[in-house]
Ligand binder design. Structure first.
Ligand code: ACO
Length: 314
């Protein structure tokens, strides 16, 4: 996580909002903001180095790097290539994944496919985003929601049965216009006029996103539970996308899993997009909240629309 903290109080001095509004509508109290010159690949690199340290392997053993991000350092080359250079993973192939906030679990699914087909056996999956670089700081509907950060995981063959046991990914392009950034791509390249129109920032229809998020994450969770032959009662910890506490409460209610079994850190970080579940998974692991043998359900949702779910036997 970047060091700089931006509190709700700080935001109330930038736009017409309040700590009370943000807390009751979202659960967010503060978020982290990358420093000037701290790029998505810098946060991704720090997360990757911590994952390598924990996995006790060297960067040279990695043969595939996947970076899920909606805010790459540049449109090309892939941010994964910058990470490769910074960590010295000279034996890796590199690519970015564009699945917005759902990207980290799309990465887990892709890694799993490469691993089970025996083409690449040690895969570094990173979720990293610097959403504050595409935030419209005059739009109170969106600027209070987002923050910056990165998280990483290394996947490989395991001798035991533990690991990723069930995955699901899905998309619905019909809703591509409820959460998007219209400018900055080839359809609407950056020009002076477009910058003035704030086109290279996040545009969101909040209420519709909210509705779709609950529906998609509930059905994605039910799908991986059924595929794994498990019920909601078997899940020790749910790590959901960290967008809004009310969305998480809605999912808990519909899945009939007590809220206490959900890992929530959005109060500290806001919505960090593709990084959110990766950061939460790491915190839950390092704090002992998830233990060897636990079934952990990860479920995410993002622009596209995209959604994904994974069950891991920890
Ligand atoms: N401070 C104060 N008032 C605000 C703010 C703010 N920051 N933002 C909006 N308001 C006002 C609105 O202008 C509106 O005022 P009005 O009634 O006078 O028009 C009022 O508050 C209510 O606005 P709503 O949009 O109805 O508020 P809602 O309860 O729906 O909450 C929110 C808005 C938090 C955006 C909610 O819809 C939400 O969380 N949606 C999902 C967003 C999301 O998860 N996005 C990302 C998902 S995917 C990804 O991570 C990229």
């Amino acid at each position: 996580m970047p060091e700089k903290i931006l509190t709700n109080e700080d935001l109330s001095r930038i736009v017409d909002t309040s700590d009370e509004w943000i807390t009751t509508r979202t659960g967010i109290k503060e978020r982290r903001v990358a420093a000037k010159g701290e790029d998505t690949s810098d946060m991704a690199t720090e997360a990757a180095l911590k994952a390598l340290e924990q996995a006790k392997i060297s960067a040279k053993e990695i043969n595939l790097i996947l970076v899920a991000t909606a805010t790459p350092d540049m449109l090309f080359p892939a941010t994964a290539c910058f990470v490769q250079k910074k960590i010295g993973a000279t034996n890796a192939a590199c690519l970015d994944i564009s699945a917005a906030c759902a990207g980290f679990l799309f990465g887990i699914e892709i890694a799993q496919q490469f691993i089970t087909s025996h083409t690449h056996d040690t895969v570094l999956v990173i979720g990293a985003d610097k959403l504050t670089s595409i935030t419209n700081w005059t739009d109170r509907n969106t600027c209070v929601l987002f923050g910056d950060g990165a998280g990483a995981a290394i996947l490989g063959h395991r001798g035991s049965a533990h690991g990723v046991i069930s995955t699901h990914i899905g998309s619905d392009g019909q809703f591509s216009d409820i959460l998007f950034m219209p400018g900055g791509g080839s359809r609407c390249p950056i020009t002076r006029d477009n910058v003035d129109l704030n086109l290279a920032t996040i545009h969101m229809t909040g209420k519709e996103v909210y509705k779709q998020a609950v529906t998609a994450m509930v059905s994605a969770s039910q799908k991986v539970l059924a595929d794994a032959g498990l019920t909601a009662d078997d899940i020790a910890c749910v790590i959901p996308h960290q967008a809004n506490l009310r969305i998480i409460e809605g999912i808990a209610d519909r899945l009939q899993i007590p809220l206490e079994r959900f890992y929530v850190n959005l109060d500290k970080y806001g919505n960090t997009s593709a990084a959110a579940v990766a950061i939460a998974l790491d915190e839950a692991n390092r704090s002992g909240r998830i233990k060897h043998g636990d079934y952990v359900l990860l479920v995410v949702f993002g622009g596209g629309l995209t959604w994904a779910s994974t069950i891991v036997e920890w």
